[in-house]
Design a protein around this ligand. Structure first.
Ligand SMILES: Nc1ncnc2c1ncn2[C@@H]1O[C@H](COP(=O)(O)OP(=O)(O)OP(=O)(O)O)[C@@H](O)[C@H]1O
Length: 877
């Protein structure tokens, strides 16, 4: 027999519960049960030579698993043993035990007997080494333990030698050894005690090495059994390679997981440590608490801001960044400011809209604004649509008109009617797209755009936002703000408006936008296309008077701590202010003048108040009285005078101190009248001056045109604030006049233009002018110059002239007539085609201003000069 040739045919059997001893493996067994003690005593202790026993794996019968590869022999179940290894700790000793029919013959390497207990029991500790595989054919009882009829199972030495030369086995054993070495190196890295493992691999023959290696792993009972059952060498090496590989794999996976966990742990631990240190340093410096609280407060704010998930994610990311930073670190402040903005923005908050009552809204509009019937009607329509369909994407209302006509206050009234917050964003002079859309955060000093800033101020996401002076938006190399506004006003796009600074979309669709402009023409067409233009013209003096008496005066008095008991401003005086201190389309300057008066009166009232206090606190005494009493050493007795309550002063002054504003006081406060009707007469006193009516963003205005001639080469000189169009207009006017003054027939009379330079000046104060009008006025001025006849001082004109002498229609007739009225001009010549526009002019104005019509320039000249066209007789004009 080969390796196991010394195995006897019968061996005492030691059962191993749910455990396998493999050949080459060494185990220590504590024998405490009666059967195992008996077995050890009989088979090992009492024998002189170290004996052999059989070790058979057993498992609890309840599992129902088939044990062993051979068919089960009923006789194998005949005996039952009480196990002492491994110990049964579940108290199920009585359960049936099923023996495996293959086991290992084991040699006792060491035996020791425990101290005898008082009850006479002894125990043994045995170190066993597996020798070879055995097969158990039969079990029989020998007292309390079992004896088994066994036969040797492993290969014989010649078989092994032969097998070792088999190329397959050689290859397999090579693979196995490689895997084993790999495992050893992994274990080495983990600094596990691997002892002689490496030399074992090199020296021990592979058929033993497979068993030894497998025995050193913690593998399941089934796997141990399967190795035990691998009698065939090839199968055993394969199995062992598989198990070594698996073990290696599991170690690596475990290592990876550990590394990951350790990495995370150490990172957070490191962070924690650093934080602690940071806090300690800050405490030491005495400036820590605020910052800490600040970040914590910010975190709380971010959490309660109601951000949508994507925004919240971004905020959390930024917050983590901020938490890792020192307040002194660059970027801390910008990160903090960014998070503040994110937390402040009204992602969820909205103004509670009250049920809209159109009657109330109408009353409110009427109460806050005088006149403006059509505009108010349109606003009511807008509100009605909003009431029926709150999410309707109606047009953006754009109020267009001169300054001070109530555009802003109308927009604010819309917000009041809807019970929404009102935000005014001034777009005047905005040239950079970043003003609307914000700067990217990469820029130093970057800020959000005005819209996002406005929403932050509003604190709700559904305010009424007034885009004030939308016509003043410009464009330069920094981009075109108008195109950004296009996105803002487009209901399709503004749902996800992205400010560059914010870098996350914000929904603007709930915002109601209203715009204002002084003129519609500069607004880029695509932007204008998204808006509904509502024009507001200037006011007549009567309208201004009513606005002043009902709205401006009460407001001004209130703002200056006055009331109508202290200051009375009569109608007539207000009218004087309108006529002689203002010359505007709106009421802004009127309000300013009224404020100046109120301030002056406030000073007087305050002085009186102080005087009254003095009077009431100090008993007035004459010096003779004082001298008389003090001089003779008599103690002075004073009456106890009660203090006058400050609030009673106005009442005290009520009857005798009411200030009524009169002309004298008006002049004292506002100075001498700034405007009077004589201005026109004075200016047209010399030939060559005519009075035109023009339309400007400030409403209608009067434009004086002065022409003069001098020796030269027939050139035309133009001065004043002029645009290209009016330059053309001047050229046309001159050509028209020249064409009619160089008539060969009349040449003798009108050779004035030959060898003369003409200088036309649009005097200072003239409004920047680039419209196509003023042609008629230019011709009249030239005719006045050449005929040396003055234009009528009470007459102003408007209209464009064609080369063929036709007077062409112009716009803004209402504003122009109003402007003429402001200047005290009594006659206005307008193109015949503008007749229809007169319906807009209030009749109160038409009572004062006579409107004349002209079809051809001859009609204008006929009406503009006293006694008709001055060149009628001299030329073909
Ligand atoms: N019809 C009116 N009734 C009552 N008050 C008016 C009326 N029109 C203007 N006002 C008052 O005149 C002042 C100026 O008006 P507002 O600021 O609305 O003018 P605006 O047209 O917006 O001017 P700007 O173009 O300069 O912004 C405000 O106090 C406003 O209440």
């Amino acid at each position: 027999m080969g390796e196991g040739s010394g195995i006897p045919a019968r061996l005492g059997i030691l059962p191993f519960r749910n455990k396998v001893l493999l050949p080459g493996a060494i185990v220590r067994v504590e024998c405490t049960s009666a059967s195992s003690v008996k077995l050890v005593e009989q088979e090992l202790w009492q024998k002189e030579e170290k004996g052999l026993i059989g070790v058979l794996p057993v498992r609890d019968g309840g599992s129902g698993l088939s044990l062993g590869t051979d068919s089960e022999d009923p006789s194998l179940n005949a005996s039952e043993d009480v196990l002492d290894f491994p110990k049964r700790d579940d108290g199920s000793e009585e359960e049936p035990i099923r023996w495996h029919n293959r086991g290992v013959a084991a040699r006792a390497l060491h035996l020791s007997r425990g101290v005898e207990k008082p009850n006479g029991k002894v125990t043994y500790s045995v170190v066993l080494e597996g020798v070879c595989r055995i097969s158990v054919q039969k079990l029989s009882a020998a007292g309390t333990y079992c004896l088994g009829d066994v036969s040797h199972l492993d290969m014989t030495r010649p078989d092994i030698e032969k097998a070792e030369k088999d190329p397959d086995i050689m290859l397999l054993s090579h693979q196995f050894k490689a895997a084993a070495l790999q495992l050893i190196s992994v274990l080495e890295k983990k600094q596990k005690a691997i002892g002689r493992a490496k030399s074992l691999v090199e020296t021990v023959p592979v058929h033993r090495l497979a068993d030894i290696f497998v025995a050193s792993f913690e593998i399941s009972f089934e796997e141990q059994l399967s190795v035990l059952d691998c009698v065939d060498l090839k199968a055993r090496i394969l199995k062992a390679t598989e198990l070594v590989g698996r073990h290696l794999q599991s170690i690596r996976v475990a290592e990876k997981i550990t590394q990951k966990v350790e990495g995370q742990l150490s990172k957070s631990q490191k962070e924690f440590l650093l934080r602690q240190q940071m806090r300690a340093i800050r405490d030491e410096l005495g400036d820590g608490e605020d910052d800490e609280d600040d970040v914590v407060a910010l975190e709380r704010k971010v959490q309660t801001a109601g951000m949508p998930p994507n925004v919240s994610k971004q905020a959390q990311k930024e917050l983590r960044r901020l938490q890792r930073m020192q307040p002194q670190q660059p970027g801390y402040n910008s990160s903090h400011a960014y998070l503040e903005l994110l937390a402040d923005l009204p992602w969820q908050k909205a103004s509670e809209e009250c049920v809209l009552n159109l009657e109330v809204a109408k009353e409110r509009l009427d109460c806050e604004h005088y006149g403006l019937t059509k505009v108010k009607q349109r606003i009511i329509e807008y509100l009605a649509v909003h009431k029926l369909k709150p999410d309707a994407q109606g047009p953006v209302l754009c109020f267009v008109g001169p300054p001070g006509v109530g555009k802003t206050s109308l927009a604010s009234s819309i917000a009041t009617a809807l019970n929404r917050k009102f935000v005014r964003i001034s777009l005047g002079g905005v040239k950079d797209e970043a003003d609307i859309r914000g700067h990217r955060r990469t820029y130093i000093g970057s800020m959000p755009g005005r819209l996002i800033e406005g929403l932050r101020r509003a604190g709700v996401h559904n305010p009424v936002i007034l885009l004030d002076e939308i016509d003043k938006v410009g464009a330069d190399i920094s981009g075109d703000p108008a195109s950004a506004l296009l996105e803002v006003l487009d209901p399709q796009q503004n749902k996800a408006f992205t400010d560059h600074y914010l870098n996350v979309p914000f929904d603007l669709s709930k915002v109601i936008f209203v715009a204002t402009a002084n003129e519609a023409q500069p607004i880029p067409p695509p932007l204008l296309d998204r808006m509904e233009v509502i024009e507001l013209a200037g006011y007549t003096p009567e309208e201004k008077l009513k606005i002043a008496m009902h709205h401006l005066v009460p407001g001004v008095l209130e703002r200056h701590g006055l009331n109508s008991d202290l200051l009375k401003i009569p109608k007539e005086i207000v009218m004087l202010i309108i006529q002689h201190y203002t010359r505007e389309a709106g009421v802004r300057n009127l309000e300013r003048n009224l404020s100046a008066i109120a301030r002056a009166v406030a000073v007087r009232v305050a002085e009186k108040e102080y005087g009254a206090q003095l009077c009431n606190n100090v008993q007035p005494m004459t010096s003779s009285f004082l001298n008389a009493h003090c001089g003779c050493g008599v103690e002075l007795e004073m009456d106890d005078i009660s203090m006058v309550d400050r609030r009673t002063i106005p009442n005290a002054l009520k009857n005798n101190s009411k200030i009524v504003l009169d002309e004298v006081m008006l002049e004292k406060v506002l100075g001498p009248p700034k405007f009077d009707d004589r201005e026109t007469a004075e200016r047209v006193a010399t030939p060559g001056v005519s009075v035109g009516l023009v339309w400007t963003p400030f409403g209608g205005d009067v434009q004086f045109i002065e022409a003069t001639a001098m020796a030269g080469k027939g050139h035309l000189h133009l001065t004043g604030q002029l645009g290209d169009v009016i330059k053309e207009s001047a050229q046309i006017a001159l050509t028209w006049v020249r064409a009619r003054t160089t008539d060969p027939i009349d040449a003798g009379n009108i050779n004035l233009l030959d060898g003369q330079d003409i200088h036309i000046h649009f005097p200072a104060g003239a409004v920047p002018k680039d419209g196509p009008s003023a042609g008629v006025t230019l011709v009249t001025s030239l005719v006045s110059l050449f005929s040396r006849k003055n234009v009528r001082a009470d007459t102003a004109m408007t209209g464009e002239v064609s080369l063929r002498g036709l007077v062409l229609a112009v716009g803004g007739i209402k504003d122009k007539v109003l402007a003429a009225h402001r200047y005290g001009i009594k006659r206005v010549i307008i193109p015949e085609r503008n007749l229809k526009d007169l319906v807009e002019v209030p009749s109160s104005i038409l009572v004062d201003v006579e409107v004349l019509f002209a079809k051809r320039i001859e009609d204008v000249l006929e009406q503009a000069f006293e006694g008709g066209n001055p060149w009628k007789q001299q030329s073909r004009l």
